[in-house]
Design a protein around this ligand. Structure first.
Ligand code: SF4
Ligand code: SF4
Length: 333
């Protein structure tokens, strides 16, 4: 994994059958004999864009050939969903085709963790991630209403921690209001994707509706709003660091079925960019940066257009946190 101003290798291919060849560009020998979580999102009920079991099965088979013992892994979610409990998530996973019989390995859902502190902030990393020495990340790259886009950084930053930490990360990006600087322009209310702000004779905020996306803070012209803790994308980068720091992680980004919203959304919207393919790397920063660059090349800055959030921020924050290289050498198969 690159950690500074170096250049990391990223391999790009268009068809899933090329995964086997792509893996040969990396030294994966020491995955042998390890129990390896395959961190992925198995999709909210009715979401149709999440990674599909056939591809995940292929990933599992490839790593078994290397002598690894992979198992699928994700965490319970913080919002109301069948995936809020381990049992409910197992049912959703089965519904979406992720069963031991189909994939060839066990499927584990975690809801307990160990606290790790990064830059003064505490994140409860799921046990299965915390205690793993080697991890495989299979990530569906798509838009995200709050973070602009979701790639490998978000797969760990939100998906690798427990429900309590998920809530804390969102809460940290909620707005703090300073009445004396507010000119009641209403820009924050217009920008809020969840109608959590109303501006009339006064400024009103519904904490139950707010999902801590930070868009209102970023748009306020007078700095009457500030973050309770920090930008959501910054917290995601730190949380991802809590999950992957010191481990050997191999990242597989699937850049297909690119919708406006994430796999937690049953109605993620229409696709906003044609399929690109897959990128793989052992560098979380480089793999997400490449994913964004390939999407921008294909369709322009679609995530900013539809979600009005600059998705590059999380990549830059992750780089600055020492997680990897922004620069990459792209090998196209
Ligand atoms: S954008 Fe800022 S100044 Fe305008 S109403 Fe909202 S808080 Fe007040
Ligand atoms: S943080 Fe996001 S969800 Fe919360 S009030 Fe601001 S714009 Fe709305």
């Amino acid at each position: 994994m690159g950690e500074g101003d170096g250049v990391s290798t990223v391999v790009f291919f268009k068809e899933e059958e090329q995964l086997s060849e792509a893996l040969t560009y990396f030294d994966l020998k020491d995955f042998k004999d390890k129990d390896v979580p395959v961190k992925l999102h198995m999709g909210e009920v009715r979401n149709k864009y999440h990674v599909k079991p056939d591809f995940v099965k292929k990933v599992v088979e490839e790593f078994k050939k290397l002598g690894a013992h992979p198992f699928l892994f994700d965490t319970t979610v913080a919002y109301n969903s069948p995936r809020k409990t381990k049992k409910g998530y197992q049912q959703v996973a089965r519904l979406h085709g992720f069963s031991e019989r189909k994939i060839g390995c066990r499927i584990t859902i975690g809801d307990r963790g160990v606290v790790k502190t990064i830059e003064g902030r505490m994140f409860e990393v799921a046990n299965e991630i915390f205690y793993a020495t080697h991890i495989i990340a299979v990530t569906h790259v798509k838009g995200h209403v709050q973070a602009g886009f979701g790639g490998s950084i978000k797969n760990f930053g939100m998906g690798g921690v427990t429900r309590e930490s998920k809530k804390t990360i969102h809460r940290g990006a909620e707005p703090l209001y300073n009445e004396k600087d507010c000119i009641l322009c209403g820009e924050c209310a217009k920008a809020c994707p969840f109608n959590a702000i109303k501006v009339k004779d006064n400024w009103y905020w519904n904490s139950n509706a707010c999902l801590g996306c930070g868009r209102c803070v970023n748009i306020c012209p007078t700095e009457a709003l500030s973050f309770r803790d920090s930008d959501l994308q910054y917290l995601l980068a730190l949380s991802a660091k809590a999950c992957v720091e010191g481990k050997k992680v191999f990242y597989i980004n699937q850049i297909k079925n690119i919708a406006r919203s994430c796999d937690c959304d049953p109605f993620a919207g229409p696709k906003i960019c044609p399929d690109v393919g897959y990128v793989v790397s052992d560098d979380i920063v480089a793999v997400d940066k490449t994913s964004l660059d390939l999407i921008h090349e294909k369709k322009g800055r679609v995530f900013e257009k539809v979600n009005r959030v600059n998705p590059e921020k999380q990549v830059r924050f992750a780089h600055e946190a020492g997680l990897g290289n922004i620069k990459y050498e792209l090998i196209e198969l």
